[in-house]
Design a protein around this ligand. Sequence first.
Ligand code: HEC
Length: 127
Amino acid sequence: MHRSFVLFLGAALASLVVFATVSSRGADDKVISDFMKKYHKAPQGTDPTCKKVGAGTATDAELAELLKGYQDICAIDPPKGEKAAWVEKCQTLVKAVKAVQAKETGAADAYKKAVNCKSCHSVHKPD
Ligand code: HEC
C-alpha cells in the first residue's frame, strides 16, 4: 500500500515535469517567432529593423529594442540545434548591435554578416 502510493506520487510528479517542459517549450518558440516577425521580416513594402541596421538608418530607439530582443531570445532554448551554438550566434548579434550603437566603423557591415538568416535557420529553425 505504502509502496504503491510512492509509485503513484512519482508518476504524478513525472507527468507534471513533462507537462511543464512541454508547455514552456511552446512559449519559448513563440518568443523567437514573434521576434522574427517583428524585427527580421516586416510586412511587404516596409523595411524590417534588421535591414535598417544594415543600411545605417535605424534610430536609437530601434537599436535599443532590437538589442533587447536579441538578449531575450539568447536566454531561451532554440527550438532546434545545440544551445551553445544558439547562444554564440545570438551573442554575436548582441555585440554587433552594441557596436552599431557605439557607431564603430564597419559595425553595420559586421551586423549584416551576423544576421545571416540562412546560416541560423539551417541549424536552429524546425522544418
Ligand atoms: C540567430 C538565429 C537566427 C537568425 C540570424 C535569423 N533567424 Fe529567423 N528564425 C530563427 C529561429 C530559431 C526560428 C524558428 C522559431 C520557431 O519556430 O520557434 C526562426 C523563424 C523565422 C521566421 C518564421 C516566424 C514565424 O513563426 O512565423 C521568419 C519569417 C524568420 N525567421 C525570418 C528571418 C529573417 C528574414 C532573417 C534574416 C534577416 C532571420 N530570420 C535570421 C533564428 C534566426
